[in-house]
Ligand binder design. Sequence first.
Ligand SMILES: [Zn+2]
Ligand SMILES: [Zn+2]
Length: 126
Amino acid sequence: MQGRSKSYEKLIGTFQAARDLVVGSGFPQLGGITFQVGCPAVEQYHRESPRGYMHVLHVPNVICVAAAAEDLGRQTLLGLWLHEFGHVLGGPEQWDADEWVFRNIKLEGHPVPIRYDERDLQFVEL
Ligand SMILES: [Zn+2]
Ligand SMILES: [Zn+2]
Protein backbone atom coordinates (compact mmCIF):
# COMPACT_ATOMS: atom_id res chain seq x y z
CA MET A 1 0.00 0.00 0.00
CA GLN A 2 1.50 3.30 -1.05
CA GLY A 3 0.82 6.69 0.44
CA ARG A 4 -0.90 7.65 3.64
CA SER A 5 -4.46 7.72 2.48
CA LYS A 6 -6.68 4.82 1.62
CA SER A 7 -9.72 5.04 -0.57
CA TYR A 8 -11.77 2.36 1.24
CA GLU A 9 -13.35 1.37 -2.06
CA LYS A 10 -13.99 -2.18 -0.88
CA LEU A 11 -15.59 -0.98 2.35
CA ILE A 12 -17.85 1.40 0.45
CA GLY A 13 -18.87 -1.15 -2.18
CA THR A 14 -19.58 -3.99 0.23
CA PHE A 15 -21.36 -1.72 2.71
CA GLN A 16 -23.71 -0.45 0.00
CA ALA A 17 -24.38 -4.00 -1.20
CA ALA A 18 -25.15 -5.16 2.36
CA ARG A 19 -27.39 -2.19 3.09
CA ASP A 20 -29.24 -2.65 -0.22
CA LEU A 21 -29.83 -6.27 0.72
CA VAL A 22 -31.18 -5.30 4.15
CA VAL A 23 -33.46 -2.59 2.77
CA GLY A 24 -34.58 -4.86 -0.05
CA SER A 25 -35.48 -7.56 2.46
CA GLY A 26 -38.12 -5.25 3.92
CA PHE A 27 -36.23 -3.03 6.36
CA PRO A 28 -36.25 0.49 4.91
CA GLN A 29 -35.78 1.86 8.43
CA LEU A 30 -32.18 0.60 8.27
CA GLY A 31 -31.48 2.45 5.01
CA GLY A 32 -30.25 5.51 6.91
CA ILE A 33 -27.37 3.64 8.53
CA THR A 34 -23.91 4.71 7.39
CA PHE A 35 -20.38 3.74 8.38
CA GLN A 36 -17.29 5.56 9.54
CA VAL A 37 -13.60 4.71 9.57
CA GLY A 38 -11.39 6.15 12.28
CA CYS A 39 -13.38 5.66 15.49
CA PRO A 40 -10.63 5.41 18.17
CA ALA A 41 -12.67 2.89 20.15
CA VAL A 42 -13.03 0.47 17.25
CA GLU A 43 -9.33 0.81 16.39
CA GLN A 44 -8.46 -0.07 19.99
CA TYR A 45 -10.94 -2.96 19.92
CA HIS A 46 -9.23 -4.32 16.79
CA ARG A 47 -5.76 -4.03 18.35
CA GLU A 48 -6.87 -5.92 21.45
CA SER A 49 -9.03 -8.43 19.63
CA PRO A 50 -7.72 -8.95 16.08
CA ARG A 51 -10.89 -10.65 14.81
CA GLY A 52 -12.95 -7.64 15.88
CA TYR A 53 -13.32 -5.09 13.09
CA MET A 54 -16.65 -3.36 13.67
CA HIS A 55 -19.12 -2.16 16.24
CA VAL A 56 -22.51 -0.55 15.96
CA LEU A 57 -24.68 1.82 18.01
CA HIS A 58 -21.64 3.52 19.56
CA VAL A 59 -22.83 6.43 17.42
CA PRO A 60 -26.54 6.37 16.46
CA ASN A 61 -27.13 4.90 13.00
CA VAL A 62 -23.41 4.40 12.37
CA ILE A 63 -21.35 1.24 12.03
CA CYS A 64 -17.75 2.00 13.06
CA VAL A 65 -15.13 -0.03 11.18
CA ALA A 66 -11.38 -0.43 11.73
CA ALA A 67 -9.28 0.81 8.81
CA ALA A 68 -7.64 -2.63 8.50
CA ALA A 69 -10.95 -4.09 7.34
CA GLU A 70 -10.28 -2.67 3.86
CA ASP A 71 -7.83 -5.55 3.42
CA LEU A 72 -10.43 -8.26 4.11
CA GLY A 73 -12.13 -10.22 1.35
CA ARG A 74 -15.47 -9.28 -0.15
CA GLN A 75 -17.44 -12.20 1.31
CA THR A 76 -15.96 -11.55 4.74
CA LEU A 77 -16.88 -7.87 4.60
CA LEU A 78 -20.43 -8.66 3.48
CA GLY A 79 -20.76 -11.10 6.39
CA LEU A 80 -19.39 -8.55 8.86
CA TRP A 81 -21.69 -5.78 7.65
CA LEU A 82 -24.76 -8.02 7.72
CA HIS A 83 -23.84 -9.19 11.21
CA GLU A 84 -23.68 -5.56 12.37
CA PHE A 85 -27.04 -4.78 10.76
CA GLY A 86 -28.31 -7.84 12.64
CA HIS A 87 -27.25 -6.26 15.94
CA VAL A 88 -29.39 -3.19 15.27
CA LEU A 89 -32.70 -5.05 15.35
CA GLY A 90 -31.60 -8.46 16.68
CA GLY A 91 -29.87 -7.40 19.90
CA PRO A 92 -26.39 -7.22 21.36
CA GLU A 93 -25.53 -10.93 21.52
CA GLN A 94 -23.48 -12.44 18.68
CA TRP A 95 -25.93 -15.28 18.16
CA ASP A 96 -28.90 -12.89 18.11
CA ALA A 97 -27.33 -10.82 15.35
CA ASP A 98 -26.71 -13.84 13.14
CA GLU A 99 -30.13 -15.28 13.89
CA TRP A 100 -31.79 -12.00 12.90
CA VAL A 101 -29.94 -12.07 9.57
CA PHE A 102 -30.88 -15.69 8.95
CA ARG A 103 -34.55 -15.08 9.70
CA ASN A 104 -34.94 -11.75 7.91
CA ILE A 105 -32.46 -11.26 5.09
CA LYS A 106 -33.43 -12.83 1.81
CA LEU A 107 -31.77 -12.84 -1.59
CA GLU A 108 -34.20 -13.91 -4.29
CA GLY A 109 -36.32 -15.50 -1.60
CA HIS A 110 -33.51 -17.48 0.01
CA PRO A 111 -31.96 -16.85 3.44
CA VAL A 112 -28.38 -15.60 3.63
CA PRO A 113 -26.72 -17.55 6.46
CA ILE A 114 -23.68 -16.04 8.14
CA ARG A 115 -20.85 -18.56 8.35
CA TYR A 116 -17.51 -18.44 10.18
CA ASP A 117 -14.12 -19.10 8.62
CA GLU A 118 -10.94 -20.56 10.19
CA ARG A 119 -10.12 -17.14 11.66
CA ASP A 120 -13.59 -17.05 13.30
CA LEU A 121 -14.55 -14.22 10.96
CA GLN A 122 -18.02 -13.98 9.52
CA PHE A 123 -18.63 -14.45 5.81
CA VAL A 124 -21.55 -15.01 3.48
CA GLU A 125 -21.57 -16.87 0.19
CA LEU A 126 -22.67 -14.00 -2.03
ZN1 LIG B 1 -17.24 3.61 17.37
ZN1 LIG C 1 -21.39 -8.97 16.90
